[in-house]
Design a protein around this ligand. Structure first.
Ligand code: NAD
Length: 487
């Protein structure tokens, strides 16, 4: 056991703290299966300390003008850029994705900071003389102590979905990392401190279910954002809101790509395969189901050829854990038993020199029917399940019937048919000839249906409403103004 990074402690009020219970969980690198760290498992008492630190930091942090607060984010953004290699290597090591994918994630974190730096321009508030001599104006006020609970699949990007915007808007935050990938978050805290963030504005508590439940229950936490599976999103949403907190909980996905026979075969095959296999299929925006409309065999054949160029350990990373590998392979086996045809099989994949890593090769399953588990459930691996439909409306019906609603894409050369899908797909983020239709800043990120619980999106302009409350002020200072019924 190399345990390269040692014990990963909580980060509270700018210091590393032991937990009250002194319980730890191993962190493995999925690339090799080796233990690289031990992460603290926190309890309610640990959360109390973090909330106290955040509450006391809030007094001065929230009083700073936003233009001063975003200077810290500006410095932090530059530190991300300066440290991009080290940060990307860390993401790769703890998550298992390729270096290029890890780097793209850090680059996205930089873009998220650039948006946060623009928040003074977006939060000016409004002013109007609403009646003779009477002015109404609005201001965005921070909420206080807020929490962000994050998943394993983007150790840098997802924390940066919430931290820069929430703190730029004047809040103090408790970040609950994924116990599988706690290292990048610690680096984020270190860089923010270096960038000038006062102690207590960002605090990190590690752990599992117990600390998540404590966050949902804590009376001094005003808002909870969550990103993870739908099962846990529902628990967190229900528990936080029943404790009268604001909550935005993003859940899992089963993204459908609808492929029409007129689609450009090379471009479509390349995009579908990149979407299903990128980050080893562990993206909530990954193509998981494809509906081939009409005669699309030539595109499917092209996809198989394209996917053969995806080599585990080279341009395909590992999945997160042994359990994930077993789960994904179990889905493929089940599909085979159910009568689907495995066109490309990623099971039992071994990477030379990394025999204990958790790799699954790219997998394409054809002739899947909508009632099979590979058609209905989130697999979260480099697997695409192809269903066949005779018409576009039949394909849209299949897409609409799935309970999730993160993303959907259509591949076609027809503007009219693309528009028909844009209007009728039941997902928050729609792509046309795009495999991973993530809206880039300043547009906001968020799905529909069982992919998101709560109102609004987690990034972009939409997040301003989530992290603030609007204060409405009415003033009359002009003694000469007449009095009318509205004043
Ligand atoms: P997860 O739901 O298992 O874990 C997310 C967080 O919840 C972690 O911090 C974890 O410690 C905590 N948690 C786990 N079980 C819990 C429980 N029973 N009670 C309370 N807290 C619990 O998700 P994951 O495996 O880390 O991430 C993968 C999932 O996240 C996929 O479903 C993926 O689609 C989803 N995801 C969604 C988005 C989105 O934007 N919609 C983005 C990224 C990931």
């Amino acid at each position: 056991m190399s345990n390269k990074y040692g014990k990963v402690k909580n980060y509270i009020n700018g210091s590393l703290l032991e937990t009250v219970t002194n319980r730890w969980s191993n962190v493995e690198s999925p690339l090799t299966g080796e233990v690289i760290a031990e992460v603290a498992l926190s309890s309610r008492e640990d959360l109390d300390k973090a909330v106290e630190a955040a509450k006391s930091a809030f007094e001065s942090w929230s009083k700073k003008p936003i233009k001063d607060r975003v200077q810290v984010i500006f410095n932090y953004r530059n530190l991300l850029q300066e440290n991009i290699k080290e940060l990307s290597e860390l993401v790769q090591e703890e998550n298992g994705k390729t270096y290029d994918e890890a780097k793209a994630e850090v680059e996205k974190s930089i873009e998220l900071c650039e948006f946060a730096v623009s928040l003074p321009q977006l939060t000016q508030g409004e002013i109007l003389e609403v009646s003779r001599g009477v002015e109404c104006r609005t201001e965005y006020a921070p909420l206080g102590v807020v929490a962000s609970i994050v998943p394993f699949n983007f150790p840098s990007m997802v924390p940066n979905w919430t931290i820069p915007n929430a703190i730029a808007l004047g809040n103090c935050m408790i970040l609950k990392t994924s116990e599988l990938v706690p290292l990048s978050a610690m680096k984020i805290a270190e860089l923010l401190k270096k960038a000038g963030l006062p102690d207590g504005v960002l605090n990190i508590v590690h752990g599992e279910k117990e600390i998540v439940e404590a966050i949902c229950d804590h009376p001094d936490i005003q808002a909870v954002s969550f990103v993870g599976s739908t099962k846990v999103a529902k628990i967190v949403y229900q528990r936080s809101t029943s404790n009268l907190k604001r909550c935005l909980a993003l859940g899992g996905a089963k993204n459908h790509l609808l492929v029409l026979p007129d689609a450009n075969p090379e471009m479509t095959a390349a995009n579908v395969v990149a979407s299903m296999a990128g980050c080893a299929g562990q993206r909530c925006m990954a193509a998981s189901a494809m509906v081939a409309v009409g005669q699309s065999d030539h595109i499917i054949a092209q996809m198989v050829e394209e996917a053969k160029n995806i080599i585990p350990g080279k341009n395909l990373g590992s999945v997160i854990s042994k359990a994930a590998k077993e789960r994904i392979e179990g889905y493929i086996t089940q599909a085979e038993k159910d009568g689907a045809k495995i066109l490309l099989d990623g099971r039992n994949c071994k990477v030379e020199g990394k025999e204990n890593g958790y790799y699954v090769g790219p997998t394409i399953i054809d002739f899947v029917t909508p009632e099979m588990s590979v058609a209905k459930e989130e697999i979260f691996g480099p697997v695409v399940s192809i269903m066949r439909s005779r018409t576009l409306d039949e394909a849209i019906k299949i897409e609409n019937a799935n309970p999730y609603g993160n993303a959907a894409s259509v591949f076609t050369q027809s503007g009219g048919l693309a528009r028909h899908v844009m209007e009728n797909a039941s997902a928050g983020m729609i792509g046309v000839n795009i495999g991973v239709p993530v809206p880039r800043e300043p547009f906001s990120f968020g799905g529909w249906n069982e992919s998101r619980f709560g109102v609004g999106d987690i990034t972009g302009k939409s997040s301003i409403e989530f992290w603030t409350k609007l204060k409405k002020m009415t003033t009359k200072w002009n003694p000469d103004a007449g009095i009318n019924w509205m004043s």
